[in-house]
Structures are given as structure tokens and as C-alpha cells.
Design a binder for this molecule. Sequence first.
Ligand code: SAM
Length: 345
Amino acid sequence: MSETSPAAPPPGPPLRLLQQIAAYRTSHCIRTAVELGIPALLQEAPQTAANLAERIGGKADLLARLLDHLVNEEVIGRDDTGRYLALPATRALVPGHPHSLVPWVRFELDPLHGRAWEQLGEQIKVGTPAFELAHGSPFFSWLGQDEAAQQRFDIQMRAIAMALIGIAVRHIQFAAGETIVDIGGGDGSLLAEMLSRNPGTTGVLFELPRATEALNPRFVELMQAGRAALKHGSFFEEIPSGGDTYVFSRILHDFDDAAAGRILGNASAATKRHERFVIVDIMVDPARAKPNETSQDLLMMVLMGGRERSAGEFSQLLAANGFATASVTPTASPFHILEFRHGPK
Ligand SMILES: C[S@@+](CC[C@H](N)C(=O)[O-])C[C@H]1O[C@@H](n2cnc3c(N)ncnc32)[C@H](O)[C@@H]1O
């Protein structure tokens, strides 16, 4: 009788992979719960599926199945009597909550983006951004024609600016009398924050024209007070001259090195040599070992052909365009502040 070792059990399915494949289901459940207004209803009081279904005008048995999945994913809670209730994650899905992720849900899970992701393989083959392959127009040109998508984008940008970048820009020192030029400054939220925190400064918001201008009310007040101005234009054509500090908050990561180089070239042409420039951006781990950062990098790639860079990669990009990095400062937010100046001639 020959001795055989017991056969190794057949390998099971790789569970993590199965979860990764199916992750979109949970994303859709979260988006649906937000669109149905479920988190706000649960914030009012714990409720049964029947109550909730009545409030939204839906079918209790179908709604309960969505809610049960969100309970298992710890997005909402359920008590011993079977009533669903709000957890901290649920409250973050209520519109208007101080750190609401609703703008993020609407932006990230926008069907326009879904169709762009379908073109990722083609992007890898031909190089054109997936969004442009899917929709026939670059991301920002598309927003220029689609008011609703522009609004979703601006609301999301404002939410991050208020929650996170506002913290980051506190690390930038401005002297009274300085003119701050915020390049691609969105609805003026960030510039309003910088001007309010730095008395005696004035600011210029440089942005693409919008079909409907929906500026941050604080920024509008600063314009009325004569401390801020809005200038429309494209940084691929020109950058306004006359500033002391030029802020690029979440701008360069929207573009590949060639396009970012064109923006930097225009910054160089518009300025003399004494100005200061500041990048506010995520600066990724140079080893690309953090999944949240590589995932964010792909979002930039798919939507705009952009990329997330490490501090070293930013410095190389700057050096290739005639600038020199002066300092890199981590902040209490995920964003770093990188100051740079004209390089030696
Ligand atoms: C990622 S958002 C950042 C907004 C803002 N700086 C912030 O950090 O909250 C990029 C901004 O660049 C603007 N933008 C894109 N292309 C532009 C161009 N060619 N010229 C001027 N602004 C542009 C967009 O409209 C958008 O507001």
C-alpha cells in the first residue's frame, strides 16, 4: 500500500476578489438610498421598512432588501425590533450635514463617469482620456455645455474645498497688500477663505466662463467690498499678470505633464521673477503603495487624462518648466502645500 499525503483541499474562491468585483452593488445601493432620501428620514427617527416605504411612496419588501444590505455594510443600523436607524455613516449621507458626502456620491457615481470608465481599456490602448472617448468631448468642455453636470462638479469641489482645502490653505502665509490669483479657483470658495483669513489682501479668481455663474456668497461679498475680482479665461491661453501669489489648488493633477507644462509656461510668461506660486494638491506616496491614492490617480486619468503626483514628481515637472521648488509642507488634511518660484536663468 503506498502512502499518499492527504490531497490539499482545492483552493477556495479568493473572497477579497469576489468582494472587489461586486463592490459596485454597494455603491449603487448607497446612491439609491441617497436619491430616495432614506438617510435624512432615518436621521429623524428609527423606522420600519413599511414606514419608510410609505414616506417615499415605494414597496416595503423591495426597500427592506436594499436596507438589509446597507445594514450588513454598516452604512445604516437596525435595532432589535427590526427598525432601521441612523449610524454616523448614515448621517454623512444626509444633504446639508456639515461633512456631508452627498456631493461626493452624486459626483463619483454620476452615470456620465460610469460610461467613461467603460472606455478605460481603450484609453490604455490609444491614450485619449476615457471620458473623451465616451462622450466625444474633454471633461471640462463637456461641463461647459452641461449645466447640471457642471453644478454637480462645482458642488463637489466646494464641499472638499470647505471641508479639507480650507484647512490646508491656513498653512500659506500672506502679507497685507498681496494680490492672490487663484487659478481655476472654481466658485471662489477657497479664495474667499484665503482673503477672509488674511486682512489687507486682494484676490483675483481666474476661471472658465460658466453658463450659470454660481459663486460662493462669501466670495460675492468680497467682490462687493472691492477685495476680489473675477476674471474669465483659460489657463491654456493665458494667466493673468499682476499677482504676487498664484495658487494652483487641485489644478495640475487634472492634466498630464505636457498639458500641465503649457499652464506653467503661461504662468511663466505672465509673471516677472519675484512672484510666489503655490500648489495645493494630494502628493502621493512615491512607491504608489496606497490603494486609495492609486484609485484617485485612476479617476484623474479616466476623467481628464490627469495624474496624481508625488512631491518629487511635482518638483521634476516644475524643474522641466523653468521653476524651482522652495518648500513642501504636509497639512492636517490630505493635501500638501508646495511653494515654488522661478528657477535660476
Ligand atoms: C479640480 S477643480 C479645482 C477647483 C478649486 N481650485 C479647488 O481646489 O476647489 C479644477 C478647476 O479648474 C477649472 N478649469 C479647468 N480648465 C480650465 C481652464 N482651461 N482655464 C481655467 N480654469 C479651468 C475648472 O472649471 C475647475 O473649477
